[in-house]
Ligand binder design. Structure first.
Ligand code: URA
Length: 435
């Protein structure tokens, strides 16, 4: 086969065969294909799309491009979650301990943030001592003993996605449904869990800007998971505003802790976490949705999920004493964003808020940038809230003083204040089940 012919076929709108797709993925993984030909095909896919059969073939080939995890010792209890990426999304920190204390086995590999979106691994690394890199045996044994283990993505799993994702990131080809489906589902299939909940974000802070696109993405991922014999549920959730009030790394860990300790201060975060956890528990325990919802609420409100969180973090070397130390990880500098007028916070460009956090040092503009764990945003007024002139809308935190001015400008450009309140939006759009 010749890469030239494959690119030409897709450029002209043709359908690639399974053998052409397998050949392409193996050339990506073994390094025999040059980046310029890989990216030419990615752009052709972006522009011409892929059929369901092509997307399934690409997903399967990527899932088998490296090692796969064998979680068969957990039988039907193995569970995983994936978010399509958002701002202020600290749900794994809450969902994993809730599901684990109800019997699910979470052996999960999580990602780092890039661009405007945050990543669970960066948040966990804000906890001193927490180890995000474990040997395969230690990973599985920790999950078996404690019900949860969360580490960074293993290089040997789905190497094709690592290469393709890095190239998509710099060639404006990330926001393409067949490429997102194959990227996410190949990682989930290689990760080995039997029950998977997908948090498909919808709105200005996510890749899917409309509910119709989010539904299409969710349906395609659920179908592929089902075809591969997995229990998969997708929950489409709002990302037109950041989730909760904190955006950053340490500030997000602290907010997740508050939810785990029973706080009702962040109702959107609590609700999304309970919904995702109920899906995982319902699938992995084989119980109906109502019983699962009741069980997850009890686990959170009784403090059992909080105890499980402490057990998990300690098991991976994290120092849990910092959770009660208000001076830990304090930013050296801060600035308050004040409202210039009375009115309602209306439209919100959540991607802009994510970029504001990145500017402060909470995220990476480039792969090798170093994170400032103290950096972040504490949002005081969210979409729909009334604000008075001079009132604080948000606090910006950083240990890099020089970032404050640009971050403040970005924050102000990311929302508008209007006389009339905005139309309310759903927090949870819908659930799509593949069982
Ligand atoms: N998250 C992923 O893992 N892959 C994508 O392509 C987009 C979001």
């Amino acid at each position: 086969m010749r890469m030239y012919d494959i690119i030409e076929k897709k450029r002209d709108g043709g359908e690639l065969s399974e053998s052409e797709i397998k050949w392409f993925v193996s050339g990506v993984s073994d390094g025999s294909l040059p980046d310029y030909q890989i990216t030419a095909l990615l752009m052709a896919i972006y522009l011409k799309g892929m059929s369901d059969a092509e997307t399934a073939a690409l997903t399967g080939a990527m899932a088998h491009s490296g090692n796969t995890l064998d979680l068969s010792r957990f039988k039907d209890l193995s569970a995983d979650k994936h978010s399509t990426g958002g701002v202020g999304d600290k749900t794994t920190l809450v969902v994993a301990p809730i599901a684990a204390c109800l019997g699910a086995k979470i052996a999960k590999m999580s990602g780092r943030g890039l661009g405007h979106t945050g990543g669970t691994v960066d948040k966990l690394e804000a906890i001193p001592g927490y180890r995000t890199s474990l040997s395969p045996d230690e990973f599985i044994n920790t999950a078996e003993k404690h019900g949860i283990c969360v580490i960074g993505a293993d290089k040997s799993l789905d190497p094709a996605d690592k290469k393709l994702y890095a190239l998509r990131d710099v060639t404006a080809t990330v926001g393409c449904i067949p490429l997102i489906v194959s990227s996410i589902m190949s990682k989930k299939l290689a990760g080995g869990a039997h029950n998977i909940v997908l948090d498909v974000k919808c709105g200005s802070g996510s890749f899917m800007k409309t509910a119709a696109d989010a539904r299409l993405l969710a349906e395609k991922m659920v179908t592929i998971g089902k075809t591969c014999g997995k229990n998969v549920s997708a929950v489409i959730t709002n990302m037109d505003v950041p989730l909760g009030s904190a955006v950053g790394n340490w500030v997000e860990v602290r907010e997740a802790l508050q939810v785990l300790r029973g706080s009702r201060e962040f109702p959107d975060l609590r609700k999304v976490c309970l919904t995702l956890a109920a899906e995982l528990v319902s699938m992995s325990r084989g119980i109906d949705e109502d019983s699962a919802e009741k069980a997850v609420e009890d686990a959170l409100d009784s403090g059992k999920a909080y105890e499980k969180f402490l057990e998990w973090i300690s098991a991976q070397g994290g120092d849990i004493s910092v959770f009660d130390d208000s001076s830990f990880c304090r930013a050296e500098y801060s600035m308050e964003v004040k409202s210039r007028r009375d009115g309602y916070i209306s439209s919100c460009n959540t991607e802009g808020i994510g970029l504001c956090a990145m500017t402060l040092g909470a995220g990476r503009a480039a792969k090798d940038d170093v994170i400032d764990p103290t950096a972040g945003i504490l949002i005081k007024k969210k979409r729909g809230d009334f604000v008075k002139q001079g009132e604080t809308e948000a606090g910006l935190l950083t240990s890099r003083r020089e970032t404050l001015e640009e971050a403040c400008r970005r924050y102000c450009e990311s929302r508008t204040v209007t006389d009339a309140p905005p139309e309310p939006e759903p927090l949870i759009y819908e659930k799509i089940k593949g069982r």
